[in-house]
Design a protein around this ligand. Sequence first.
Ligand code: WT7
Length: 629
Amino acid sequence: MNNLAHQSLAAYDEAKQQASEQTEAFWETIASQFEWHQKWDKTLEYDFHKPEVKWFLGGKVNITENCLDRHLITQPDQTAIIFEPNDPKEAAQHISYKELHSRVCQVANMLKSNGAKKGDRICLYMPMVPELAITVLACARIGAIHSVVFAGFSAAALAARINDADCSLLVTADGGFRGAKVTPLKDIADDALTHCSTIKTSIVLKRTGQEVAWNDIDVWWHEALEEVDDNCPAEIMDSEDPLFILYTSGSTGKPKGMVHTCGGYMVYTAYSFQNVFQYKKGDIYWCTADIGWITGHSYIVYGPLAVGATTLMFEGVPSYPTYDRFWEVCAKHKVNQFYTAPTAIRALQKYPVNLVNKHDLSSLKVLGSVGEPINAEAWHWYDDHVGKNKCPIVDTWWQTETGGILITSLAGVTSQKPTYATLPMPGIQAVLLDQEGNELAGENEGILAIKHPWPSIARTIWGDHERYKNVYFSAYPGYYFPGDGALRDAKGNYRITGRVDDVVIVSGHNLGTAPIENALNEHPNVVESAVVGFSHDVKGNALHAFVIVRSRADENETIKNELRALVAKTIGPIAKPDRIQVVSGLPKTRSGKIMRRILRKLAAGEHDQLGDISTLLNPEVVEEIKRNS
Ligand code: WT7
């Protein structure tokens, strides 16, 4: 796999040049380093207008043979997964490639014996334990499409995702540990399943040992596992067969089930993992994300395992039992590459720096950041105190939709620049556009767009190709439109400035404002609502909800608490607004469209930067909101 790596600036420049001049030949060379049952007969077919993207057409592959089987020959005893539990008193686990292979095959057989087959959708609602990674891989082994739902989501959110994909099987757990809290996953899943008719079997892993209700469709994981062996040949998949669905929020209420396919996703996640983090054999790599997000799919499970890395999985949270848990775990396992989110850095930065310094972090070689723009203060704190000014920081810009990192520096190979994600990866043709869709040259600021497909771009939205087209390919025809704004310096480095649509990134979580508004509007006393983001020193952004209530007599703390609870129940606790402001009206255009731009300024306290509000239908509400904020 070392042939994937560009280890010097010269090698990087050469790769970049080849990738731009002979893009397909470039990806063919990379793809040739994987195990295929049958080589592809065409490298790329695409049309961004349709839109349609296909990579390595006709190729036959199974990603788990690349993540597992081929390492059995070269490094069977190498640790594949280190598991660090929530409770530091519980022993860590080291799972070798040989053991992981065996456990994945066994779970794959368990899924099969419970009716799963190629093409079926399997929903995973599980805590961050090795069994989650194992189940992900077991689905891939048999060609079933996994849909992992983050274990912090509510019953309603889980049900919506199960129903959207018509999942036939659910894999969950009795409960999950996260810090001092125990999440009753089975209870929540049971609640969800009262709204789902497609689930035939629910497999329940015992993690917390808490009491759970038992239904006809329930099967204990440990009992089902006893029935099967670990001999499970990999299903031979077409390069373009779906590998998984992962939901991400959009500007309208319904979550978007992004579909990733086998061949291209495998090639790009492995290639980007290897190059961005400059992983060397034997290194210990830790990404702190949850497997419920794309970061966990691509850079805890598939990318690292495809290159034979040792990947650390952490069940807990940075604050438990104390605010030095991350650093304690880095020291304990001698972590070499550490990849986390700016929101975590900002939260930890508030505590005495001795909490970092008391741990031996000398093993660290590379630091990474993902999920939102990293502000200068957090960047320098990370660099000074965690990296001791000797670890390159890779600020990686990408999305659920892109499958892998698109804009970043390569650790120690290309230059970094604080708060800049820096340069597009080889083969990634990033551009800046103006509002009319014209490409901007040189040093500039505009809308970020990508001109040519890369192997891990999501192929569609499950069950709604039209929406895929509308959201990503219609605003600027001929380009992929990610929804972010950016600026570019004279050297071509990109700095992501934030979303240009109605999505707010709160603590690194991508939240559409529309589903939150829908949840608020469910309250019997709410007439209308609008949610916007405002900047927050720890979360990056937080949510400000403007709500119109039926009667001003309803304007009290009770309704605010009810609204927060409603959002937590409908979407999940992460979507609870920090501020709820009762208003008598929302600023609207004469055609009735809510002026979110103005609400954003109001939420930011920028009262004198509202621009001309005289053309509004109801300028008087702006004055009222100002007075009451
Ligand atoms: C949105 C995608 C990528 C995995 C985690 C989030 C923002 C992501 C960065 C970064 C500035 C970033 C963008 C993007 N974002 N990484 N390094 N710098 N912004 O995945 O939930 O699909 O969210 O996260 O706004 O569009 P996601």
